[in-house]
Structure formats: C-alpha cells, structure tokens
Design a protein around this ligand. Structure first.
Ligand code: NDP
Ligand code: 2IT
Length: 448
C-alpha cells in the first residue's frame, strides 16, 4: 500500500533520507504511517503540533564500545546500543537484544514499535530498546558474565528506575538480566527496579517468564472468539523455540490446541502427536541445546534443515515467535493455501509487508505484534509496580492482570479499527490506538 497523504509522504521521505541503510526501521515506520492516514485527516491539530515529525525521531541514541576478555585471555570488542525513543507517557521501557545481526537499524525499529505497544498496555511506559551484536551462543557462563558486566559499566549512567528500564529480548534471558542487575547495583550502590525479568529472589515478578507467550495466546483467543472461533481442537505451528515460543506452546495447548512444530535458526521439528513441551524446556532452558536434538528422544518426530520450511506445514493457526521478516509473501501464500485462518505475532515484525497484504486480502485473522506480544512488557510494567511498592503479587494475581490487559488491548484495536472504518483490521487498530494516547501526551507537553 502506498501513502496518499502529502504530509505523511513528506514525513516518510525525511525518514528515508535520514536513515538510509536501515530497511527494518523504514519498514516499521512505513507501516505505522500508512495506518495513520485516516487519523491525520481527522486530527489536523496533531499535525499542527508536529507530533508525527517528532515521533519518528528518537529522543536519544547511545552507541558504545563493549570490551571484554574471553576464556582464552583474548580481548573481544562488541558494540552496545540503547535507543531512548519516546518518554511522553512514561520512562523509556523495552528489551535488550543480544544477537550478531544487531545494528542501529534493528534497535530503532524495535524501539519505534515499542512506543505504540507500551501505549496499548494501558500502563505508563515510554518506548526504548537496546542491545549488542554480541552472540551468547556457544559462550561460557563466565564469558557471558564478563560481557554483561562490561555492557552495564557504560549503560548504567543512562538508565534508572524512573528514567529507562531495560529487560530481555532475543539472547537476553534471566541469566543475562541477573549479571546486568548485579553490576548496576554495584556501580550505582542502589537496589531498585532498574531492570525487569529479574530472578524471583531479587525482585522479579512471578509470571514474567511466561508472560509474552501466555499473553500472545490470550490476545489470540480474544481475536478468535470475536470471530466465532477458538483454539479448541486446532492445529498450531509456532516458530522459534525460545522464551516466547515455549510459553505460547504451553498456553495454546492448555487452551485445547495441538502444537505440532517448533524451530530455531537452523531448522524445524514436526511432531504430529503434539510437541512434548517438558522435553523442549529441558533441551532449551536447561541444556541450551539445538531444537534438532528433540528427535533423538522422540523418534516419531522429524527434523528438517532450514527454518522457513516450517510454514509449509498445514495448520489452522500460525504463531511466528522467532524474529523479524520470518514470513514472506511465499510463506504467507502457503499458509493460506493450506487452510490457515489466523496468524498472530509473538515475535516483533515477523511478517513482511507483502505477507501482511496476503493475510488481509484473504480474510486471515491477523494479530499484529505490537498488540499480540504486548503481554511481556505489560508484565514488566507490573514488575515495576511491585518493585516500587516493595511487595510481590502471586502468580494468579499477575496472570489475572495479564489476562485483563490482553483483553483490553484487543478491545482497543477492535474499536479503533471500527471507529476509522477499518473493521477487522487489527493492525490499523493497534497502530491508531497506540498512537493516539502518545500523541495526546506529546501535544499537551508542548514542542519537546
Ligand atoms: P529467545 O532468544 O529466547 O529465542 C529466540 C528464538 O528465535 C530462538 O529459537 C532462535 O533460534 C530464533 N531466532 C532468533 N533469531 C533468528 C533468526 N535471525 N532467524 C531464525 N530464527 C531466529 O528470544 P525470545 O523468545 O525472547 O524472542 C523471540 C521474539 O519475540 C523476538 O522477535 C522478540 O523481539 C520477541 N519478543 C520477546 C519478548 C520477551 O518478553 N522475551 C516480548 C515481546 C516480543 P536460534 O537459537 O537458532 O538463534
Ligand atoms: O519486545 C518486547 O516487548 C520485549 N522484548 C519486552 C520488553 C520489556 O521491557 O519487557
């Protein structure tokens, strides 16, 4: 879809010129600007206040050297990032990605999307994202610790519990957050909720580990219900086998579906009996092994090299939970051809714009990432509240709040889509609803 509004065309041209060589960032901005066409027609006051011109430019971008010494005594150097994108409705909030593909364009696309996602959660959190091109795969615990300590030795001066609160993302789990928290506490001489996803013995929230995957299924369930469908008896394909994929598998199964496939960046497993989740948790969370090892203990299952082939498996519901642009046009067409009726995104921006076109033009129920995977950051917001109040809620309390939040996110997307004449287009609904709250706050706070 091409932009028609002259003002938005101008904004996009500036973004493209300023951010050449960052295709993921330009993709994320283009999608949001397209959704905002009906809004700028109706809200000239927001255009007048320069809200969109300001929104596309991060408030602050920090890039730093991360030197550390490997197990052989050799110096290694990585690049660290934190993009503090928007603080209109709360402190900057968003994860830290550790993956060799990380560069400023990836962090900016994630930080930009985080603004709208955090707005949708109903909680007071601004948007931010960070990370490094460090690859935790194959590193010893000691190497990971030394990297995390070095990373925090620079980052600590830029963050704080009322300023910027990082968390996990690809490659950053409980282990990495623990090392970073320890170093922050030591440098700042302060025990505070400066990171979320912490261990349960030092301020972490129950249900944060499960939150993104569970939240994805709660959102998807709302979307299915609103369209007369459910998870019950359905076949589900989930990509990835990390934090989000594992807990999406658990909740989808609890809701009556059969999850038949999972993947990693090397390939995918197919188990027609339904994935044995205890075995996957042992492999991935305890032993940190590759997903192909699953077939050594489950000889009825098959392993296929190459991760995109997972979308050729016939399913009713697809939950991409690995990484950006993992479903292209051809994969989306294959899903439709094989009878898939819903795609809901656990990963950030897993569908290319062409894939989204295929969903929308074929009447596929499409749950966009900003809304569908917001349960993780929402529960991070609940962790911040518990830390500030110096108390901790039970698993059931947090899970109940998460369910309410995911229901309210679906409602916001559904209502905004209807209000702007785009009924059933939850992507437009998410972008519009997420935008409006931030835009009102930016307008009220003046040109800052
Ligand atoms: P993990 O590191 O726990 O797992 C990532 C999974 O995705 C792994 O199976 C990994 O395979 C696969 N993967 C990563 N990069 C690629 C790639 N370039 N190509 C193919 N597969 C890849 O991360 P999470 O589960 O936390 O994150 C998954 C997605 O969900 C990301 O898009 C993240 O931004 C998003 N997300 C995460 C949230 C959270 O709370 N953790 C919240 C909201 C969204 P391999 O081991 O081979 O690298
Ligand atoms: O993409 C995301 O929303 C996350 N990685 C979670 C961020 C957070 O602050 O919990």
């Amino acid at each position: 879809m091409a932009l028609k509004n002259d003002y938005l065309i101008g904004v996009l041209e500036t973004v493209k010129k300023r951010n050449a060589g960052e295709p993921e960032f330009i993709q994320a901005v283009s999608e949001v600007l397209e959704s905002l066409e009906p809004v700028v027609e109706r809200r000239p006051d927001l255009v007048e206040a320069g809200v969109i011109d300001r929104l596309v430019e991060p408030e602050r971008q920090i890039i730093f050297r991360v030197p550390w010494v490997d197990d052989n005594g050799k110096t290694q150097v990585n690049r660290g990032f934190r993009v503090q994108y928007n603080s209109a409705i709360g402190p900057y909030k968003g994860g830290l990605r550790l993956h060799p593909s990380v560069y400023i364009g990836i962090i900016k696309f994630l930080g930009f999307e985080q603004i709208f996602k955090n707005s949708l959660t109903t909680l007071p959190m601004g948007g931010g994202k960070g990370g490094s091109d460090f690859d935790p795969k194959g590193k010893s615990d000691g190497e990971v610790m030394r990297f995390c300590q070095s990373f925090m030795t620079e980052l600590y001066r830029h963050i704080g519990p009322d300023c910027d609160v990082p968390a996990g993302d690809i490659g950053t789990g409980a282990r990495e957050i623990g090392y970073m928290f320890g170093q922050y506490k030591r440098l700042q001489n302060e025990f505070s909720g400066v990171l979320t996803g912490k261990g349960l013995t030092f301020g972490g929230s129950l249900a944060r580990t499960e939150a993104t995957g569970f939240g994805l299924c709660y959102f998807t369930n709302e979307m299915l219900k609103a369209n007369g469908k459910s998870f019950e008896g359905k076949t589900v394909v989930i990509s990835g086998s990390g934090n989000v994929a594992i807990y999406a598998t658990q909740k989808a199964t609890e809701l009556g579906a059969k999850v038949v496939a999972l993947s990693d960046s090397n390939g995918y497993i197919y188990d027609e009996n339904g994935i044995d989740l205890a075995a996957v948790k042992q492999l991935k969370e305890v032993e940190r092994k590759r997903i192909k090892e699953y077939v050594t203990t489950h000889p009825n299952a098959t392993y296929t090299e190459g991760c995109s082939g997972i979308w050729s498996i016939p399913c009713d519901i697809a939950l991409p939970c690995a990484t950006q642009n993992e479903i292209n046009k051809a994969s989306a067409e294959l899903l439709v051809k094989n009878g898939c009726f819903a795609v809901s995104e656990g990963a950030n921006m897993p569908s290319t714009p062409e894939a989204i076109e295929v969903y929308l033009s074929n009447g596929i129920l499409y749950g966009p990432a900003k809304a569908a995977n917001a349960g993780g950051v929402a529960t991070s917001g609940l962790e911040m509240s518990q830390n500030s109040a110096r108390l901790s809620w039970t698993f059931e309390e947090v899970d109940a709040k998460l369910q309410d939040i995911m229901k309210s996110i679906f409602k916001s997307c559904d209502e905004a889509a209807k209000e702007y004449g785009l009924e059933g287009n939850y992507m437009a609904g998410a972008n519009i609803a997420g935008f409006l709250k931030v835009a009102e706050a930016m307008k009220a706070q003046g040109c800052v």
